[in-house]
Design a binder for this molecule. Structure first.
Ligand SMILES: C[S@@+](CC[C@H](N)C(=O)[O-])C[C@H]1O[C@@H](n2cnc3c(N)ncnc32)[C@H](O)[C@@H]1O
Length: 216
Protein backbone atom coordinates (compact mmCIF):
# COMPACT_ATOMS: atom_id res chain seq x y z
CA UNK A 1 0.00 0.00 0.00
CA UNK A 2 2.85 2.42 0.75
CA UNK A 3 4.15 3.59 -2.60
CA UNK A 4 7.58 4.76 -1.55
CA UNK A 5 9.79 3.62 1.28
CA UNK A 6 9.45 5.64 4.48
CA UNK A 7 13.22 5.62 4.58
CA UNK A 8 13.10 8.10 1.72
CA UNK A 9 14.50 11.37 3.17
CA UNK A 10 11.98 14.14 3.57
CA UNK A 11 13.37 16.92 1.44
CA UNK A 12 11.27 19.74 2.78
CA UNK A 13 11.30 20.84 6.42
CA UNK A 14 8.65 23.57 6.49
CA UNK A 15 8.54 26.10 9.27
CA UNK A 16 5.94 24.11 11.21
CA UNK A 17 8.20 21.07 11.48
CA UNK A 18 11.10 23.08 12.95
CA UNK A 19 8.69 24.76 15.32
CA UNK A 20 7.19 21.49 16.55
CA UNK A 21 10.65 19.98 17.00
CA UNK A 22 11.38 22.79 19.46
CA UNK A 23 7.95 22.72 21.07
CA UNK A 24 7.48 18.95 21.50
CA UNK A 25 8.17 18.77 25.29
CA UNK A 26 6.15 21.88 26.25
CA UNK A 27 3.41 20.91 23.83
CA UNK A 28 2.95 17.58 25.57
CA UNK A 29 2.45 19.33 28.92
CA UNK A 30 -0.15 21.92 27.87
CA UNK A 31 -1.98 21.00 24.67
CA UNK A 32 -3.73 17.76 25.84
CA UNK A 33 -5.61 19.70 28.51
CA UNK A 34 -7.01 21.93 25.78
CA UNK A 35 -7.63 19.49 22.95
CA UNK A 36 -8.13 15.91 24.17
CA UNK A 37 -11.85 16.23 24.94
CA UNK A 38 -12.58 17.65 21.48
CA UNK A 39 -10.64 14.91 19.71
CA UNK A 40 -12.29 12.19 21.79
CA UNK A 41 -15.77 13.53 21.00
CA UNK A 42 -15.00 13.74 17.28
CA UNK A 43 -13.62 10.19 17.10
CA UNK A 44 -16.52 8.90 19.22
CA UNK A 45 -18.96 10.08 16.55
CA UNK A 46 -17.19 8.16 13.78
CA UNK A 47 -18.59 4.73 12.99
CA UNK A 48 -15.41 2.67 13.06
CA UNK A 49 -15.65 -1.04 12.24
CA UNK A 50 -13.16 -3.73 13.24
CA UNK A 51 -10.46 -4.04 10.59
CA UNK A 52 -10.93 -0.51 9.23
CA UNK A 53 -7.72 1.06 7.98
CA UNK A 54 -7.37 4.56 9.39
CA UNK A 55 -4.79 7.24 8.61
CA UNK A 56 -4.20 10.14 11.00
CA UNK A 57 -2.37 13.03 9.35
CA UNK A 58 -0.23 15.12 11.71
CA UNK A 59 -0.54 12.65 14.60
CA UNK A 60 1.88 14.73 16.73
CA UNK A 61 2.68 13.16 20.10
CA UNK A 62 -0.14 10.63 19.68
CA UNK A 63 -2.64 12.29 21.98
CA UNK A 64 -5.57 10.95 19.94
CA UNK A 65 -4.42 7.34 19.84
CA UNK A 66 -6.18 6.11 22.98
CA UNK A 67 -9.50 7.40 21.60
CA UNK A 68 -9.53 4.87 18.74
CA UNK A 69 -10.76 1.29 19.18
CA UNK A 70 -7.96 -1.29 19.29
CA UNK A 71 -9.74 -3.32 16.62
CA UNK A 72 -8.78 -0.94 13.79
CA UNK A 73 -5.51 -0.63 11.92
CA UNK A 74 -3.99 2.83 12.50
CA UNK A 75 -1.27 4.64 10.56
CA UNK A 76 -0.12 7.98 11.99
CA UNK A 77 2.11 10.34 10.02
CA UNK A 78 3.82 13.59 10.99
CA UNK A 79 6.59 15.75 9.60
CA UNK A 80 8.27 16.22 12.98
CA UNK A 81 10.38 13.25 14.01
CA UNK A 82 10.54 14.68 17.56
CA UNK A 83 6.74 14.63 17.88
CA UNK A 84 6.67 11.13 16.39
CA UNK A 85 9.34 9.92 18.84
CA UNK A 86 7.05 10.86 21.73
CA UNK A 87 4.13 9.15 20.01
CA UNK A 88 6.28 6.04 19.45
CA UNK A 89 7.18 5.92 23.17
CA UNK A 90 3.46 5.96 23.99
CA UNK A 91 2.70 3.22 21.46
CA UNK A 92 5.43 1.03 22.98
CA UNK A 93 4.35 1.71 26.57
CA UNK A 94 0.75 0.83 25.71
CA UNK A 95 1.77 -2.08 23.44
CA UNK A 96 -0.52 -0.96 20.65
CA UNK A 97 0.41 -3.45 17.94
CA UNK A 98 -2.30 -2.01 15.66
CA UNK A 99 -0.52 1.38 15.37
CA UNK A 100 2.34 2.31 13.05
CA UNK A 101 3.95 5.73 12.88
CA UNK A 102 5.76 7.14 9.87
CA UNK A 103 7.55 10.42 9.14
CA UNK A 104 5.76 11.99 6.20
CA UNK A 105 4.67 15.30 4.73
CA UNK A 106 0.88 15.79 4.78
CA UNK A 107 1.19 17.60 1.48
CA UNK A 108 2.89 14.66 -0.22
CA UNK A 109 1.55 11.42 1.26
CA UNK A 110 3.43 8.31 0.18
CA UNK A 111 0.37 6.07 -0.11
CA UNK A 112 -1.55 4.76 -3.09
CA UNK A 113 -4.91 6.28 -3.97
CA UNK A 114 -7.84 4.89 -1.93
CA UNK A 115 -5.62 3.22 0.69
CA UNK A 116 -7.70 4.03 3.79
CA UNK A 117 -11.30 3.63 4.99
CA UNK A 118 -10.97 6.66 7.24
CA UNK A 119 -8.63 9.66 7.27
CA UNK A 120 -8.48 11.98 10.29
CA UNK A 121 -6.54 15.12 11.07
CA UNK A 122 -6.66 17.29 14.17
CA UNK A 123 -5.34 20.86 14.37
CA UNK A 124 -3.02 20.42 11.39
CA UNK A 125 -4.54 21.89 8.23
CA UNK A 126 -3.89 25.47 9.35
CA UNK A 127 -0.20 24.82 10.06
CA UNK A 128 0.81 23.22 6.75
CA UNK A 129 2.18 25.50 4.05
CA UNK A 130 -0.61 24.72 1.54
CA UNK A 131 -3.90 23.57 3.15
CA UNK A 132 -5.60 22.70 -0.16
CA UNK A 133 -2.64 20.58 -1.19
CA UNK A 134 -2.93 18.66 2.10
CA UNK A 135 -6.69 18.27 1.56
CA UNK A 136 -6.11 16.96 -1.97
CA UNK A 137 -3.84 14.30 -0.50
CA UNK A 138 -6.31 13.44 2.29
CA UNK A 139 -9.09 12.96 -0.28
CA UNK A 140 -6.84 11.03 -2.67
CA UNK A 141 -5.77 8.38 -0.13
CA UNK A 142 -9.33 7.90 1.23
CA UNK A 143 -11.44 5.19 -0.44
CA UNK A 144 -14.64 6.24 -2.22
CA UNK A 145 -17.34 5.86 0.45
CA UNK A 146 -14.71 6.36 3.15
CA UNK A 147 -14.89 8.98 5.90
CA UNK A 148 -12.79 12.09 6.43
CA UNK A 149 -12.69 13.79 9.83
CA UNK A 150 -11.02 17.18 10.21
CA UNK A 151 -10.92 19.16 13.44
CA UNK A 152 -9.56 22.67 13.16
CA UNK A 153 -10.07 26.34 13.75
CA UNK A 154 -11.72 28.00 10.74
CA UNK A 155 -12.55 31.64 10.22
CA UNK A 156 -15.84 32.39 11.96
CA UNK A 157 -18.91 33.56 10.01
CA UNK A 158 -19.57 35.87 12.94
CA UNK A 159 -17.70 39.05 12.01
CA UNK A 160 -17.19 40.08 15.66
CA UNK A 161 -15.56 36.73 16.53
CA UNK A 162 -13.56 36.76 13.27
CA UNK A 163 -12.18 40.24 14.09
CA UNK A 164 -11.32 39.19 17.64
CA UNK A 165 -9.42 36.14 16.35
CA UNK A 166 -7.75 38.28 13.65
CA UNK A 167 -6.35 40.49 16.38
CA UNK A 168 -4.49 37.45 17.76
CA UNK A 169 -3.21 36.62 14.27
CA UNK A 170 0.23 38.15 14.76
CA UNK A 171 0.86 35.91 17.76
CA UNK A 172 -0.60 32.73 16.27
CA UNK A 173 1.32 33.20 13.00
CA UNK A 174 4.53 33.20 15.04
CA UNK A 175 3.35 29.80 16.36
CA UNK A 176 2.84 28.66 12.76
CA UNK A 177 -0.98 28.74 12.93
CA UNK A 178 -3.15 30.54 10.40
CA UNK A 179 -6.37 31.91 11.87
CA UNK A 180 -7.93 33.01 8.57
CA UNK A 181 -8.51 29.59 6.98
CA UNK A 182 -11.96 29.31 5.47
CA UNK A 183 -13.80 25.99 5.74
CA UNK A 184 -15.16 26.38 2.21
CA UNK A 185 -11.60 26.97 0.94
CA UNK A 186 -10.54 23.46 1.97
CA UNK A 187 -13.66 21.54 0.89
CA UNK A 188 -14.65 23.27 -2.37
CA UNK A 189 -14.33 21.28 -5.60
CA UNK A 190 -13.31 18.01 -3.94
CA UNK A 191 -15.49 14.89 -4.36
CA UNK A 192 -16.89 15.15 -0.84
CA UNK A 193 -20.30 15.14 0.82
CA UNK A 194 -20.13 17.05 4.10
CA UNK A 195 -22.04 14.94 6.65
CA UNK A 196 -21.66 17.08 9.77
CA UNK A 197 -20.03 20.33 10.64
CA UNK A 198 -20.35 21.20 14.33
CA UNK A 199 -18.68 22.50 17.48
CA UNK A 200 -18.49 20.74 20.84
CA UNK A 201 -19.72 23.92 22.54
CA UNK A 202 -21.19 27.20 21.26
CA UNK A 203 -18.10 29.11 22.38
CA UNK A 204 -15.54 26.69 20.94
CA UNK A 205 -13.18 28.16 18.34
CA UNK A 206 -12.83 24.72 16.74
CA UNK A 207 -15.03 23.01 14.15
CA UNK A 208 -15.49 19.28 13.68
CA UNK A 209 -16.07 18.36 10.05
CA UNK A 210 -17.03 14.87 8.87
CA UNK A 211 -17.36 14.11 5.19
CA UNK A 212 -17.76 11.11 2.91
CA UNK A 213 -15.56 10.74 -0.16
CA UNK A 214 -17.72 10.37 -3.24
CA UNK A 215 -16.91 8.35 -6.34
CA UNK A 216 -14.99 10.73 -8.59
C1 LIG B 1 -0.97 21.69 16.42
S1 LIG B 1 -0.08 20.19 16.15
C2 LIG B 1 -1.41 18.98 16.26
C3 LIG B 1 -0.94 17.61 16.62
C4 LIG B 1 -2.04 16.60 16.92
N1 LIG B 1 -2.83 16.34 15.75
C5 LIG B 1 -2.89 17.11 18.05
O1 LIG B 1 -4.04 17.51 17.84
O2 LIG B 1 -2.39 17.09 19.19
C6 LIG B 1 0.31 20.21 14.46
C7 LIG B 1 1.07 18.97 14.01
O3 LIG B 1 1.19 19.02 12.59
C8 LIG B 1 2.50 18.58 12.24
N2 LIG B 1 2.80 19.12 10.91
C9 LIG B 1 3.02 20.39 10.54
N3 LIG B 1 3.21 20.48 9.21
C10 LIG B 1 3.12 19.21 8.73
C11 LIG B 1 3.24 18.63 7.43
N4 LIG B 1 3.48 19.38 6.35
N5 LIG B 1 3.10 17.30 7.31
C12 LIG B 1 2.83 16.52 8.39
N6 LIG B 1 2.72 17.00 9.65
C13 LIG B 1 2.86 18.34 9.81
C14 LIG B 1 3.37 19.14 13.34
O4 LIG B 1 4.63 18.49 13.40
C15 LIG B 1 2.50 18.88 14.56
O5 LIG B 1 2.70 17.59 15.08
Amino acid sequence: MVVSSVEKPIAKQPHASRLYRELAPAYEAVWPILARKRIRAAIGNLELDAGHRLLEVGVGTGMSLDSYPQSIDITGVDLSTEMLAQAQRLVEEERWSNVRLLPMNAEELLFDDSSFDVVTSFHVISVVSDPRRMMREVVRVCKPGGKILIVNHFRSNNSWIARMVDSAGAVTRRLGWRTDLNLHEITADFPLRVERCYKTSPTSLFTILTATKLDA
